[in-house]
Design a protein around this ligand. Structure first.
Ligand SMILES: Cc1ncc(COP(=O)(O)O)c(C=O)c1O
Length: 378
């Protein structure tokens, strides 16, 4: 493919650029001027309420990031030592950390090689008497098949923690992702569909869990005597400044999701012809592709993703590797928390997957340039 875009040495196309509008800046300025800067400001509650409405949940609790949201969720469900929690092997380390930090045991399930989400067929093989919960994470592209997941949770009486950090605004069969879990979690890091710089949210329909998450977020201050704390909590509060930004961002979530899908489609139409790589399609039977990141997997072990990433960087193109599977994490190997088993799909994706620039304002000529270089290298 020919491309008109000539990048000079200084120009670099990054993987992600946060989208902050003038309106967002206006809202943030307003709270700054009023002096409402800590977590006590009114925008925090407002943001939580608006978020609940959007996701269609009764309660939301804003926290300082998505990792914190998961930690609070696990503790609120009273998961502790000797309990087991099933997690995807191909995911962010935050899923495993939340379990490990409560001294419980994460149990890994490999991923599906086409959707990159947890391999549903393998879940029940890992359930036993000690299994208390499962973390279902929607990875990069598609929603998990939630009907099947809910059925497994119900049958085996285990809690569902839904990690919707990467798919804010995506639906599964007309219901928002993040509306299925006993507790659901989100991240508002700078590269997410909705950002507050750093930030996160926990959502639930259960009042008891809501109360529990709220107190855990805020150091478990005593009810009768404020500074006599009744449990081990965290300061995982969000600031009012972040919440104000979140309110602005939430207003245009639909258009962000639409644009991300447009970008993913553009790449898919042009890259899916290349038989040396795999790119996820715009939709599968139960989910559209939100293309949080536009991921590419190199087929047939042709060349490692790390090599291609370096070469793309030399062409002035940002690219990042996929998640590194949990069973291959140095820290977990040292801790010997996982049995020596093979998870071939996660291992493959970790070595041969990478993602390319897909920020909202990317131009067609920038995408054409990236496509031409990928086709040249692969
Ligand atoms: C699926 C998933 N869960 C949790 C997190 C953690 O969120 P945070 O970076 O806000 O701690 C991320 C981060 O990107 C993520 O992708």
């Amino acid at each position: 493919m020919k491309t008109k875009l000539k990048l000079n040495k200084k120009k670099f196309i990054p993987v992600s650029i946060p989208h902050v509008s003038n309106k967002d800046i206006g809202i943030v300025n307003k709270v700054l001027k009023k002096g409402w800067i800590s977590s006590d400001g009114p925008e925090v509650k407002l943001f939580e309420n608006e978020f609940s409405k959007k996701i269609k949940r009764k309660y939301s609790i804003a926290v300082s990031n998505g990792t914190a949201a998961l930690e609070v969720a696990i503790k609120a469900l009273n998961i502790k030592k000797n309990d087991e929690v099933i997690i995807p092997n191909f995911t962010i380390i935050s899923n495993a950390l939340a379990v490990v930090k409560q001294n419980a045991k994460p149990v890994l399930v490999d991923c599906d090689i086409d959707t990159w989400n947890i391999k549903i067929e393998d879940i029940e093989k890992k359930i036993n008497k000690r299994t208390k919960a499962i973390i279902i994470t929607h990875i990069y592209s598609f929603a998990n098949d939630m009907d099947k997941i809910l059925k497994i949770c119900k049958k085996n009486k285990i809690f569902l923690i839904e990690d919707a950090a990467e798919v804010i605004g995506l639906k599964y069969k007309n219901k928002m992702c993040g509306s299925f879990g006993d507790i659901s979690t989100f991240s508002f890091y700078a590269n997410k569909q909705l950002t507050t710089g750093e930030g996160g949210m926990i959502s639930t329909n259960n009042k008891k869990l809501y109360d529990s998450c709220k107190t855990l977020r805020n150091l478990c201050f005593g009810k009768k005597q404020r500074f006599n704390h009744d449990d081990i909590g965290w300061n995982y509060r969000i600031t009012n400044i972040q919440a104000a930004l979140g309110l602005g961002q939430l207003e245009r979530l639909n258009s962000v999701v639409k644009r991300k899908m447009e970008i993913g489609n553009y790449y898919f139409q042009r890259l899916s012809k290349n038989k040396n790589i795999y790119i996820t399609p715009p939709k599968i039977s139960y989910s559209k592709n939100i293309y949080w990141v536009v991921g590419i997997v190199i087929k047939n072990k042709k060349v490692l993703a790390s090599k291609i990433i370096k070469k793309l960087n030399n062409f002035g193109i940002g690219a990042r590797p996929f998640f590194w599977p949990m069973h291959e994490q140095d820290i977990f190997k040292k801790m010997k928390i996982f049995p020596k088993k093979k998870y071939p799909n996660s291992s493959y994706l970790g070595r041969y997957g990478f993602y390319i620039p897909s920020f909202l304002k990317i131009s067609n000529s920038e995408m054409n340039y990236i496509i031409s270089k990928i086709n040249k290298l692969l």
